[in-house]
Structures are given as structure tokens and as C-alpha cells.
Design a protein around this ligand. Sequence first.
Ligand code: GRF
Length: 202
Amino acid sequence: MTRRVETAVLISGRGSNMSALIEAAKAADYPARIRVVVSDKADAAGLALAKAEGVEAFAVDTRGGKAAYEARLDEALRARGVELICLAGFMRILSPGFCEGWRDRALNIHPSLLPAYKGLDTHARALEEGAREHGCTVHFVTPELDSGVIVAQARVPVLPDDDEKTLAARVLREEHKLYPAALAKVALAMRAGLALTPYEAR
Ligand code: GRF
């Protein structure tokens, strides 16, 4: 069997994108393996879901400051041979040092069509502005929030009767397709030694 890129999924909550990645990675020809799921919250619902799927899953203790936390996280990932990180509802901003250590090796999914609506409350802001179109983006992680090179996007219409909940649900359905496809694209490129970001092309 061809080599699979060893992937960690970082979560803080319910883990529906994580579940979509685990599901996709069950396919025999999927180019990534979900090696481990790590949370910054011991009670994240996604941890139990991952364990039920037979994926190692645990929380890393966040006490003692950001540097100590990130050192523990980094160590846990490297000890397991992780090559690529997928942030999936991971609600912490990683330091420039951590981002540098995983440069071109960390992805995030964001619920908007970046560069529109970086940060939080994306659905409410799209509705407030009367956006006709909304969606989600998978991008490489850089120190600047929600700003790295875009790997893939999916669009949805904003309908006249939408509220935050209906719009979020429409976007989330797309997230669950987009993230597995984007991870596959990046993993295949990594396996082939191809550059996907300007950093790598240097
Ligand atoms: C998703 O909407 C994702 O785009 C955002 O946080 C949410 C996480 O949801 N970054 P889940 O935990 O994957 O269900």
C-alpha cells in the first residue's frame, strides 16, 4: 500500500469536521491517515467520537502558559510521527513559533469565503451585511489569523429566510466535504514532494 501522510486533528469541541476526516480516511486509497486527535479541552465531545472510531485521542494540558502548552503539544505530535496538522474547530491562536515549526504542514478550516469574515461570528456577520453568498475555506496556517494560502473553498447561497443557524448548517455540510478533499490534495502533494505554498516554492 502507498504511504499515507500521518495526520493529527486538533479540536476544541464537537468535532464534526474531525469525524468527516476520520470517515474519509477509511477509504483504502485515501492518502492521509488520522494518526491522533488532540484537544485543548478535556471535555471536548469530539474526543469520545474519535476514540469510538479507534483513533488515539486525548487532551493536552493547557496550564502553565502558552509556551509550555505548545511545547507539550508539539512533543505529543512529533512523538507520534505526525507530519501534518488539521485544525478543526480548534479555538486557540497558535504562536508564531509554533506556526513556523509546522510551516506548510498545518491546515485550518474556516467558515467563510476568506478573505471575507476572518475571525469569529462569520455567519452572523455575513447575514448582517446582506451577503448573497457565503461558504468555507481550507487554508494553510500562518501566524496571521485566517490568512494563509488557500487550498480550497466551497460556496453556498445565502437565502432570504436564513438565520445564523440555517446558514451555519448549510456551510457545515460543505465543510464536511471540503476538508476531506483538501486534506487529500495536500497529502498527495506532500507525498509527491510538490510545493503547494509560496513558502515551499522558495
Ligand atoms: C466549524 O464551523 C469550523 O469551520 C470552525 O469551527 C467549527 C467547528 O465545528 N473553525 P466542528 O467541531 O468541526 O463540528
